[in-house]
Design a protein around this ligand. Structure first.
Ligand code: COA
Ligand code: MG
Length: 297
């Protein structure tokens, strides 16, 4: 299943959770990590579990939970509480390598059995680039990662802190500096290599919807599917930007049709432009993405 917009909601805010449930986001991420203060961790855990239990129909919008990182002792109690509400998946932050994902997969298996949930039903979305070490371990995903891993995103804020950077952007152009572009590229390639959905990073300036749209379109051109949101106002823009337009679908269909009508031809001219096998593959990808998005309803 494709998820275009992943809206973060602090796990200790009943008001925002209720608001999120009414929002256009394809998935909510109920957060137990950075958006929850230390003295509210237990409250957030209970509230998140109760919210999950009260919202078992996930047909329009999935409900995920971001737990604390595995090297934090809060992570296991987070997980034990969240699983009681049968979340669609767990977002795992500050991952160092595929070993962390596989460890979470093992924990999930035990907890699913305890809860009587079907084994393998809880998926994983990892935040793959928040630590310095994570930039050196992308190859570990190719050595074997749990097939619970269905989505991967990157992050520039925690990574900046871990790298000792005082900023992650070029102050003149506003563009990400090299280490962050490397993180983005490696996240994209790794996610695609292991058949997970590559998810674009959050735009923190949540009132600037023009910047958000431009960033979504840039991400989509590069190969990302969907984006993290932190404010309900961002979801519609993200959904729209990641939904192929009618023109794009018509153009892709034309490429597919022309190749189908000319069996045996590897290269074809359409409207004065050359098309060959990679373009045909892209056209098929776009049509399949469009179909999957239609099925979201
Ligand atoms: N999910 C659901 N509802 C949200 C929301 C969110 N992420 N962010 C804001 N809202 C609600 C607010 O409660 C408010 O509703 P209300 O008027 O009925 O109370 C409405 O949307 C408008 O909010 P607004 O005033 O524009 O924003 P804010 O100043 O209250 O909040 C943030 C700004 C950044 C604190 C808030 O958007 C937020 O908590 N975002 C998520 C942060 C997070 O989870 N970070 C971790 C991942 S990086
Ligand atoms: Mg963070």
């Amino acid at each position: 299943m494709i998820i275009r917009s992943w809206l973060f909601v602090p796990g200790d805010s009943e008001r925002k959770m209720a608001k999120g449930r009414q929002n256009a986001a394809d998935a909510l991420i109920l957060d137990l990590e950075d958006s929850v203060a230390d003295n509210r961790q237990e409250i957030a855990r209970d509230m998140t579990r109760d919210f999950l239990r009260a919202n078992l129909d996930r047909s329009r919008q999935q409900l995920w939970v971001r737990i604390n990182p595995l090297d934090n002792p809060l992570s296991l109690p987070d997980l034990a509480a969240a699983i009681r509400g049968a979340p669609d998946g767990i977002v795992l932050p500050k991952v160092n390598s595929a070993a962390d994902v596989n460890k979470l997969a093992d924990y999930l298996e035990i907890l699913e059995v305890r809860e009587g949930l079907s084994v393998g039903s809880t998926k994983i979305h990892c935040v793959a680039t928040e630590t310095a070490a994570s930039l050196l371990t992308f190859h570990t995903y190719l050595d074997g990662v749990s097939d619970r891993l269905v989505a991967m995103t990157w992050g520039g804020e925690d990574l900046a802190a871990s790298l000792g950077a005082s900023d992650n952007r070029n102050p003149r152009t506003g563009d990400y500096d090299n280490p962050f572009l490397f993180a983005k590229s490696m996240c994209l390639a790794t996610a695609r290599a292991v058949d997970a959905q590559p998810v674009g990073v959050v735009v923190v300036d949540f009132r600037n919807l023009e910047e958000l749209e431009a960033d979504c379109l840039r991400d989509r051109r590069a190969g990302f599917i969907g984006k993290i949101a932190i404010h309900p106002g961002q979801s519609e823009v993200i959904n729209q930007a990641f939904t192929p337009s009618n023109e794009e679908v018509a153009h892709a269909q034309k490429i597919v049709d022309v190749f189908a009508d000319n069996p045996g031809l590897g290269t074809i001219g359409i409207d004065g432009k050359m098309y060959d096998m990679p373009h045909l593959k892209q056209a098929h990808n776009l049509l399949s993405l469009s179909e999957q998005i239609k099925s979201l309803g």
